[in-house]
Design a protein around this ligand. Structure first.
Ligand SMILES: NC(=O)c1ccc[n+]([C@@H]2O[C@H](COP(=O)([O-])OP(=O)(O)OC[C@H]3O[C@@H](n4cnc5c(N)ncnc54)[C@H](OP(=O)(O)O)[C@@H]3O)[C@@H](O)[C@H]2O)c1
Length: 253
């Protein structure tokens, strides 16, 4: 699946799914723009991209800052003169519930990162995507359709909004030749749980770990990257407004 000559923006490229996606696109010949905040992690992924292809453009940006969102698009155009693919992958997971009011400590931060930033970055990128007849992939979760745990309330709400945003954007942009889709994993081995203050070093067989799948395993970030590349490629040219689940059968149980 060649992406030679394509320009791809990947948010949350410093870690997990985003890192694997940036490396995979680079390997297939794309010019990749990597977005994240942790410079040490960004540098490590950049080195991995260089090892399989070319040097990505790394933009250290906080997606909750509107000016930085505009700057991501401006810098990409300055460097490559176009945008073909936008991967809205960055997100945060935080816990909070209604009984103790703790949901309010995290609600705004989650919404700002997981949905507002996506809407804004997509807005700035839209004219360029229309010009290139490109496509957008939003990374959601099976939690958008089924609340996994009540402590994940705000996270699941943000991802349900993202899934619906995908459909609305697909309706608006389809007539302009731009496809918009969602990829929804269940449990991926990444830094997400650790970043949420939930440990993260647990393995699938850990008896304290209760989130199970039919296939008795977690998903690796590279498997989600494979699906993203397929969805972004011409092989998926008739697919828009769709949600592709990759969950090792978690939704079945
Ligand atoms: N891991 C799972 O089990 C799982 C399951 C279902 C869906 N997903 C989805 O998969 C996607 C990727 O998650 P992951 O598992 O790879 O998580 P991760 O390892 O925690 O990576 C999250 C990424 O988002 C970036 N990010 C977060 N807030 C940001 C901000 N304000 N500005 C810029 N970058 C920001 C982080 O960058 P910095 O650290 O550099 O700031 C990091 O690169 C997310 O959309 C997530 O909801 C994950």
């Amino acid at each position: 699946m060649s992406f030679s000559g394509k320009v791809v923006i990947v948010t949350g490229a410093s870690s997990g799914v985003g890192a694997a996606t940036a490396i995979a696109f680079t390997k297939e010949g794309a010019s990749v723009v990597m977005i994240g905040r942790n410079q040490t992690k960004l540098d490590k992924v950049k080195e991995k991209c260089e090892a399989v292809g070319r040097t990505p453009l790394v933009i250290n940006a906080d997606l909750t800052d509107d000016a930085e969102l505009r700057n991501i698009v401006d810098k990409t155009i300055e460097e490559f003169n176009k945008i073909d693919i936008l991967i809205n992958n960055a997100a945060i997971l935080r816990c909070g519930n209604l009984r103790h009011g703790s949901i309010m400590h995290t609600y705004d931060e989650i919404m700002k990162t997981n949905i507002r930033a996506v809407v804004y970055l997509t807005t700035f990128a839209t004219p360029h995507l229309i010009e290139s007849k490109g496509n957008i992939i939003n990374i959601s979760t099976i939690g958008a359709d089924r609340v996994i745990w009540d402590e994940y309330n705000a996270y699941c709400v943000s991802k349900a909004a993202l899934s619906h945003f995908t459909r609305a954007a697909a309706i608006e942009l389809g007539p302009h030749g731009v496809r918009v889709n969602t990829v929804s994993p269940a449990i991926v081995r990444s830094d997400m749980l650790r970043n949420a203050g939930l440990g993260g070093d647990a393995d699938y067989d850990d008896s304290n770990y209760s989130f199970k799948t039919v296939m008795n395993t977690w998903t690796e970030p590279e498997e989600i990257a494979d699906l993203i590349l397929f969805m972004a490629s011409d092989k998926a040219k008739s697919i828009t407004g769709s949600n592709f689940v990759s969950d090792n059968g978690n939704m079945l149980i």
